[in-house]
Design a protein around this ligand. Structure first.
Ligand code: HEM
Length: 142
């Protein structure tokens, strides 16, 4: 897995022309030069935000899941100070496996808790039952 390149906002700001257009969305640095003509919302709106953080504007439009997924295709790096949210990245998979471990231990804890609750109910029942049997047998024997 390749390491993400990290850019500052002023580095991104140097790419704000139609022939070299970058922008930032959700901490991802995107190279959208080739996408400008394809953008269903037109190139003007994207060009206005060229070289800037367009996260708010991107979200305000209410872009579809498909549009959000397209962001990864144009990603050339991440903005300084942002943790990569890429599901493919090593960190994400570590987080993911941590999550699995955690939920597994929660399930384990839960089942041992149920076992304890069961024993708390069952043991006194056996003790009380034994006592009544003993008393009954003593009465019958006498
Ligand atoms: C790489 C970044 C971007 C991608 C991949 C992208 C993708 C798309 C896609 C796929 C659509 C079609 C509708 C949908 O599926 O949601 C769309 C529509 C649109 N986008 Fe973007 N977009 C990007 C950036 C931006 C930015 C920065 C703006 C600025 C405000 C913007 C404004 C719009 C508008 C106004 C529409 C039209 C919405 C409509 O007609 O309902 N987009 N975009």
């Amino acid at each position: 897995m390749s390491q993400q390149r990290v850019f500052t906002l002023s580095q991104v700001a140097q790419h704000k022309s139609k022939k070299d257009c970058w922008l930032v969305i959700d901490g991802r640095v995107l190279q959208v030069t080739k996408f400008l003509e394809e953008h269903p919302g037109g190139e003007e709106v994207v060009l206005e935000l060229a070289g800037k953080d367009a996260t708010m504007e991107f979200k305000d439009v209410g872009h579809s899941k498909a549009a959000q997924g397209m962001l990864r295709k144009y990603q050339v790096g991440i903005l300084q100070g942002y943790a990569p949210k890429d599901e493919d990245s090593k960190d994400a998979s570590i987080e993911e496996s941590k999550g699995t471990e955690m939920s597994a231990s929660v399930i384990k804890d839960d089942s041992s808790h149920r076992y304890e609750a069961f024993m708390e109910f069952f043991v006194p029942l056996v003790v009380a039952g034994s006592y009544f049997c003993y008393s009954y047998l003593s009465v019958v024997a006498n």
